[in-house]
Design a binder for this molecule. Structure first.
Ligand code: ATP
Length: 422
């Protein structure tokens, strides 16, 4: 029979990573049955506050003889008990098991967990209705991600290869040869992407926390992802390497919405008009967007760096499509920009004074009339409109790689414009 296993919320900032547990179990459980496909790394709503890092859950599916099912379930629960960071106050692991085909109700729940906020009660209800078994540790919030990862349709996907270090090295700096990562990027970009930040000259494949991940290489071609990994020089012991199929870089989280329907923690794509000139506070850049149903604040926060310059170029009246996650900032619902597309730009006009019609001299403003500095000629103040270039192209603008959400599709990948088709 088909046995689906979902796991979530096993880590804390002090260590562990749900993918590590998934990779261990993928090996261990392959002794009992045939894995159906690769393990799946499913990223869920990036805006919810309980996440440790990237709100990732892991699902595994095995074709297994009925007689082994109980053993397999026990092994999964034992692994979570043993390895999850349960002593950490915000770690609330959850495990889900589902036998047979995935019912529609679980698919729907999964997409809700991707795009909106859901409660533990909702997860328990959906488990009951879909015949899934759940195991909760402490609050057991992890059952949300565990169930959602099983139900995720994964029609669009990319790959991530994760190499893990020994747990005893977790306090140490990761020993990955920097030049070899730049060489790898030169050879394999864009089939593997977000390997380096070409402007800051930093490498992005190594995380910085105490988790067991040594490097993560993302790509759209699994062969190239594996070759890319082999070309990176790693100067410490690698405990395990696992390729995952994932919904990262798919834009699956974005949902078209009218402003009046937008709720806290949604992931939205909205078309409207810029309703205010931008303003800045604490290096964050803000403006307002409006459609026929309401008005909403939009932000390009400080970590989006140069992206903010493009936002500053928007003018009231411009028609734009904006995409991002909805969070509360200073008590106001705010779309945290991931990408935007200027659909139609209003002309940018500046007004200049005419030259003196009598002598060609420079005119000076005097209340509501102009006076020539050279000959003293006076005339009513009629200024000449001059059209200025807008300096914004008809293209999608995206935040830089290190500010990008896992789910956001980099523009370099095929189909990155698809979500913006209205
Ligand atoms: P890990 O590496 O362990 O996966 P993480 O950054 O993914 O770390 P978690 O520790 O898993 O974060 O915490 C996320 C928590 O939020 C989990 O308990 C998960 O079940 C829950 N969760 C996921 N999606 C939603 C959602 N849409 N609404 C409410 N809770 C959610």
């Amino acid at each position: 029979m088909l046995l689906h296993i979902g796991i979530d919320d096993t880590d804390s900032p002090n260590g562990m990573c749900t993918t590590y547990l998934g990779a261990l179990l993928y090996r261990e459980l392959s002794r009992f049955g045939e894995p159906v496909d690769l393990p799946r790394l499913i990223r869920l709503n990036p805006n919810i506050p309980y996440k440790t890092r990237g709100n990732g859950a892991v699902a595994l599916t095995f074709d297994i003889l009925d007689e082994y099912v109980d053993d397999v379930k026990n092994i999964v629960v034992e692994h979570v008990e043993k390895l999850a960071e349960v002593d950490h106050e915000n770690t609330n692991p959850g495990v889900a098991f589902l036998e047979g085909e995935v019912p529609e109700i679980l698919r729907k729940f999964s997409l809700k967990a991707l795009r909106e906020h859901v409660t533990i009660d909702e997860a328990e209800d959906v488990a009951k209705k879909s015949g899934a078994e759940i195991v909760k540790f402490k609050l057991g919030r992890g059952i949300i991600g565990a169930l959602a990862s099983i139900g995720y349709p994964l029609e669009n996907y990319t790959y991530e290869l994760l190499a893990y270090r020994r747990l005893e090295n977790r306090e140490k700096e990761r020993k990955v040869n920097r030049d070899s990562v730049f060489d790898m990027d030169r050879r394999f970009y864009p089939f593997t992407y977000d390997n380096v930040d070409p402007f800051k000259k930093t490498i992005l494949i190594t995380p910085h926390g105490k988790d067991p991940v040594l490097v993560g290489i993302r790509g759209i071609d699994k062969g190239k992802v594996m070759l890319a990994y082999e070309s990176v020089i790693i100067e410490e012991d690698v405990k395990m390497v696992q390729l995952f199929k994932t919904n990262q870089s798919t834009d699956d989280h974005l949902q078209w919405k009218k402003i009046k329907d937008i709720r806290l923690y949604d992931n939205v794509i909205v078309r409207g008009k810029v309703a205010s000139k931008y303003w800045e506070k604490g290096r964050h850049v803000f403006f307002e967007i409006e459609d026929e149903t309401g008005k909403m604040r939009v932000a390009a926060f400080e970590p989006t760096k140069k992206f903010r310059n493009y936002v500053r170029k928007l003018l009231p009246g411009d028609e734009v499509i904006v995409a991002g996650g909805v969070k509360e900032h200073e008590g106001v619902l705010t779309i945290n920009l991931e990408k935007f597309y200027p659909v139609k730009l209003v002309p940018k006009r500046e007004y200049r004074k005419p030259r003196c019609p009598r002598c060609g001299g420079t005119m000076k403003s005097k209340g509501d009339y102009l006076k020539c500095k050279r000959c003293g000629y006076k005339m009513p103040k009629v200024l000449i409109p001059v059209e200025k270039p807008r300096d914004l192209e008809k293209k999608i603008y995206e935040v830089p790689p290190d500010a990008r959400k896992h789910l956001s599709r980099p523009l370099v990948l095929p189909g990155a414009e698809d979500k913006f088709l209205y």
